[in-house]
Each structure stands twice: as structure tokens, then as C-alpha cells.
Design a binder for this molecule. Structure first.
Ligand SMILES: [Ca+2]
Length: 205
């Protein structure tokens, strides 16, 4: 029994050992006032002021972000960037972005769910946000919040998108994104093995 427990502990340490690398692929804040390697589409622009948020002031305390605003009309746009993903066993990848999507009617009463924003990723060097291979978060309407999706690691190019859309105008509206981060880290199961393994080793000693 003891041998089996030590064996499990060693397995746990080994699994954690080969997969404890945390890799950050993208960590972009647009504070240079430029797209920083992202391709902007639709009405997206880098700016330091948007409707309802001028000067630009997200909770991160930054000065520049990407977004689109409109007095009526529509907002329809986004941005994408490709990166080369490295496969490591037992690791999982996270895609996060700080976003806001807000709309009101002509009396400035909020119109929840009218303009929405989402984050997604697809395999390969994609350029079309309508590509059916893209996996998306749920659509989001509301104040500044972090959207996150979790995906398995793979070896090869991948493309991350942040995309917004409002089908028609209820009144003034805006969609914004900042702090886009893509990173990978050991999956929870590996960390659990490590957590289980360490006390067993300590007890043995
Ligand atoms: Ca920023």
C-alpha cells in the first residue's frame, strides 16, 4: 500500500513536472495607441475616448483601447490576431478580454442585450469572424467585465477574435475591449495530482 501511494505521488510530481510551464502568447493593452499587431475590422478603432467613456477609463486604469460607438446606426466590428500555439501535455489554454457593451434608447434608458460582445478562437490563420470553426463565449451586454473561454492546447496556428454586433439602433451604443490575454497553464487535474502527491511524499519522509 505504501509503495502504491509513493508511486502515485511520484506520478503526480512527474505529471506536474513536465507540464508546469505557464506560457503567455498574447498580453495586449493598446497603450501605444496602435493596434499592436491586431487586425481591426468593421468599425473598430483604437481610441482614448468613446461614447459614454470619454476620456477612456476602464477599471484597469488604462488610457487606450479598441472599440466602436455610434449615435444610432449600427455597431458591427471587432479584431483578431493569430499566434502559434505550443502543445504541452495536461495543459489548458485561456482566452480573456476586458470588455464593455452598452446601449440606451433616445431617452438614455439602458437597452440590455442590444449591442453584444464576445471572445472566440479558431484553428489556423483565420481572418473571417463568420468562420464556423470559431468557438465563442456567450454574447455579453453590460459594464466592464472579463470574458474568458477555456480550450485544450494544440500544436499549430490559432486565431483569437473579439467581436461585437448590434442588429439595429435603439439609440447611442458602444462596444469596447482591452487587456486581451491568451495563456496556458497546467490543467486542474494535474494540479490536483500534485496537491495529492506532495503530502504523501512528506508523510513518507
Ligand atoms: Ca488599454
Amino acid at each position: 500500500m505504501r509503495g502504491w501511494m509513493i508511486g502515485m505521488a511520484v506520478v503526480g510530481l512527474c505529471v506536474a513536472g513536465v507540464s508546469n510551464a505557464q506560457i503567455t502568447y498574447i498580453d495586449d493593452h493598446f497603450e501605444s495607441g496602435t493596434p499592436e499587431g491586431w487586425t481591426l475590422y468593421g468599425g473598430a478603432r483604437v481610441a482614448n475616448g468613446f461614447l459614454f467613456n470619454d476620456p477612456y477609463s476602464p477599471p484597469s486604469g488604462e488610457k487606450w483601447g479598441v472599440g466602436q460607438d455610434a449615435w444610432g446606426g449600427t455597431v458591427d466590428g471587432g479584431l483578431f490576431k493569430s499566434f502559434y500555439d505550443h502543445y504541452l501535455p495536461n495543459e489548458v489554454k485561456y482566452f480573456t478580454a476586458l470588455v464593455e457593451a452598452y446601449s440606451v434608447d433616445w431617452g438614455f434608458n439602458p437597452t440590455p442585450g442590444h449591442v453584444n460582445i464576445r471572445i472566440g478562437k479558431g484553428p489556423g490563420l483565420l481572418t473571417n469572424p463568420d468562420d464556423p470553426s470559431i468557438v465563442w463565449s456567450d454574447w455579453y451586454w453590460g459594464p466592464w467585465a472579463y470574458l474568458t473561454i477555456q480550450q485544450p492546447c494544440l500544436e499549430g496556428w490559432e486565431t483569437v477574435f473579439v467581436d461585437w454586433f448590434a442588429p439595429w439602433a435603439t439609440g447611442p451604443m458602444v462596444a469596447k475591449v482591452d487587456n486581451v490575454v491568451v495563456w496556458q497553464t497546467p490543467e486542474p487535474a494535474s494540479l490536483l495530482l500534485l496537491a495529492l502527491g506532495l503530502p504523501l511524499l512528506r508523510r513518507r519522509r
